[in-house]
Ligand binder design. Sequence first.
Ligand SMILES: NC(=O)c1ccc[n+]([C@@H]2O[C@H](COP(=O)([O-])OP(=O)(O)OC[C@H]3O[C@@H](n4cnc5c(N)ncnc54)[C@H](O)[C@@H]3O)[C@@H](O)[C@H]2O)c1
Ligand SMILES: O=C(O)[C@H](O)CO
Length: 296
Amino acid sequence: MTKPKIGFIGLGLMGRAMAECLQTAGYELIVLGNRDRTGVDEVLARGGVEAKSGKALTEQSDIVMICVGTSEQVESRIYGEDGVLAGVKPGQVVIDFGTSLPESTQKIGADLAAQGATYLDAPLGRTPAHAKEGKLNIMCSGDKETYDQVKPVLDVLGENVFHLGALGNGHTIKLINNFFGMTTAVAMSEAFAAADAAGIDRQALYDVMSAGPLRSGMMDFIRNYAVNGQNDLGFAIGNAAKDVGYYGQMLSDMGMQSRMSGCTVNALSAAVDDGDGDRMVAEMVDWMGKNLKGKA
Ligand SMILES: NC(=O)c1ccc[n+]([C@@H]2O[C@H](COP(=O)([O-])OP(=O)(O)OC[C@H]3O[C@@H](n4cnc5c(N)ncnc54)[C@H](O)[C@@H]3O)[C@@H](O)[C@H]2O)c1
Ligand SMILES: O=C(O)[C@H](O)CO
């Protein structure tokens, strides 16, 4: 069977690694020109094709994949005269792999459905290194028949591919996941900075904490940076601040109020304000080291 042609929008840390994985598996890729040429040039060097607009990319593709940062960025590529919606054909599938707001996802899904196309949300778990190897966790939701149709491609990218019911459920679960994960990351960063301030060895703190029920993969990621300078998580502080902010907004859209996420968002957003948005989440250890002192 011929492989579907894939239009891929968003060639950052995750998108670039996913594009490499798909091209290695023999998929033909069409990508969008971008101000940052790095990802685009990598795809072209492996035989990919460049489209001039989201509309042109969509017209040339069977499946459109999006992996940009925010819901605003997704919407900027969906709507408008050069957008995906302007080029979509009945039966076509558009997938958002980024971490987006469920409310925006549902609106885009309805607008694509009005053109006879189907939207799936399929946010990602794990790291860019996993993306390159096709070992992501993929939290897909939306029409089950369409999911079954694109599952072979999702299986190329993911080791654990979930179907989670109605459109938006994937994004809802991902936001809850990242509220929890980023709260752990920020708390662990503060724990190392507090140990530094008290003259306690970071590895000694980790040895004690990880011998008990606190041990987690996220704790290990932060320790690997704090003790060995290894940055394996590959997830930017700016995107973490966005995700935990989206989590609070999602609860508020449901008429609820988050009691926990404010602290995490405040720390991550303050690091972004200090110019650390492009640094990786584990580097919150450094930010905490400079910011634990109370203001006099
Ligand atoms: N890095 C991770 O470990 C990780 C893990 C899970 C989920 N995510 C989520 O996946 C998404 C992408 O993450 P990332 O780490 O690759 O982020 P990133 O910031 O490295 O990449 C985002 C890319 O999107 C591009 N972009 C932004 N607006 C665009 C537009 N309008 N048109 C075309 N391209 C545009 C940017 O130039 C950039 O290359 C985010 O929503 C993030 O929260 C990331
Ligand atoms: O798997 C995860 O939770 C990611 O690394 C952060 O989005």
